[in-house]
Design a protein around this ligand. Structure first.
Ligand code: SF4
Length: 327
């Protein structure tokens, strides 16, 4: 049994015409101890998908269809009490923007201890303090700084505090939503290394959300690429960025939109156009207007996510028609 199995998930937001689907029929699986990356442009639905797992979705949004099985329990069927039992203790979230997420008038030690005391009544005050100090050391902050306040730390150090908070109740799954945005490149690399090492050390599963494919390529075991509310491609990092390569035209264009320091210098190749407006009815492949290899059927037929072997799957008519030779 996988730790997390999302099946045919639909999450909607209201609009003037009724509702539109920010997540539209998504399947995603995360195994115990697996580090999975979720990529895509802003507004493609990756944060909505991630927040639907512990059901921390914004007010008025709703899970309209599908299931989220976590450790064998369908979280979409849980009431508020059932959800409280799994948040932090089983599933925790590292939010964007550590500066805004930390309480400026509370020491970082007490902020890390707080979820332990609230969500795990079996842990004594002394044990919670010891665990806090251990976590601070684990994320690279000297434990004697537990009594310092957030403003006494740099942006990268505050993000480390957020990571320690997310691990405070020893969850099985950590969702990291753009955890390195707004950090400098050196600090980004340190935080990514830290996440990877903590994942291995504590046998955690991790869902790392990023719009930057290069971040996912260097950190994750598997990657899923979303476009306009759907998964365009998913597979092992070693295949998608290595032996087989990205197969979906959108993933390929995303990769070409980043400079490659190992090849000759050239202008990066952006993707023309914009993602579709999800509040209007979507027909056919959602990438069709921007795809330079579109077929005539792409305008009218929605491509299914098909397995092309090696645990890699792609939602593209061109790939399904040329599948021979891909495996
Ligand atoms: Fe391009 Fe068609 Fe594939 Fe969509 S289904 S990515 S439009 S080739």
């Amino acid at each position: 049994m996988s730790l997390l199995e999302i099946r045919d998930l639909h999450v909607s937001y209201p609009n003037r015409k009724g509702e539109f689907f920010a997540v539209d029929g998504v399947d995603l699986t995360i195994e115990q101890g697996e580090f999975v990356g979720l990529a895509g442009e802003s507004g493609c639905g990756k944060t909505t998908l991630a927040l639907s797992i512990p059901q921390l979705l914004p007010e008025h949004s709703r899970i309209a269809a599908g299931s989220i099985s976590f450790n064998g329990v369908d979280t979409t069927a849980l009431n508020e009490e059932g959800l409280r039992a799994i948040r932090w203790k089983e599933i925790s979230v590292i939010f964007q923007g550590a500066l805004n997420a930390l309480n400026p008038v509370q020491t970082i030690g007490s902020q890390i201890q707080e979820p332990i005391r609230i969500h795990d009544e079996s842990v004594s005050k002394k044990e919670a303090q010891d665990r806090t100090l251990e976590l601070l050391e684990a994320v690279g902050i000297p434990s004697h700084r537990a009594s310092d306040f957030p403003h006494q730390f740099s942006g990268g150090m505050r993000q480390r505090v957020m990571i320690a908070m997310a691990l405070s109740c020893m969850p099985k799954l950590v969702i990291a939503d753009e955890p390195i945005t707004a950090l400098d490149v050196m600090t980004q690399a340190q935080i990514l290394d830290l996440l990877r090492s903590l994942c291995d050390k504590y046998k955690l599963s991790m869902l790392l959300i990023s719009h930057d494919l290069s971040v996912l390529a260097q950190t994750c075991d598997r990657v899923a690429v979303m476009y306009a509310g759907k998964v365009a491609e998913q597979g092992p990092t070693s295949r998608v960025f290595g032996s087989v390569g990205a197969q979906h035209p959108y993933t390929q264009r995303l990769l070409r939109a980043y400079p490659n320091i190992r090849h000759e210098r050239k202008f990066i190749d952006g993707i023309p156009g914009y993602p579709p407006d999800l509040s209007t009815l979507q027909v056919g492949c959602r990438f069709a207007d921007r795809c330079d290899v579109a077929l005539s059927r792409c305008a009218t037929e929605v491509p299914d996510l098909i397995d092309i072997g090696g645990n890699q799957s792609v939602a593209c008519h061109l790939v399904s028609e040329n599948q021979v030779g891909v495996q």
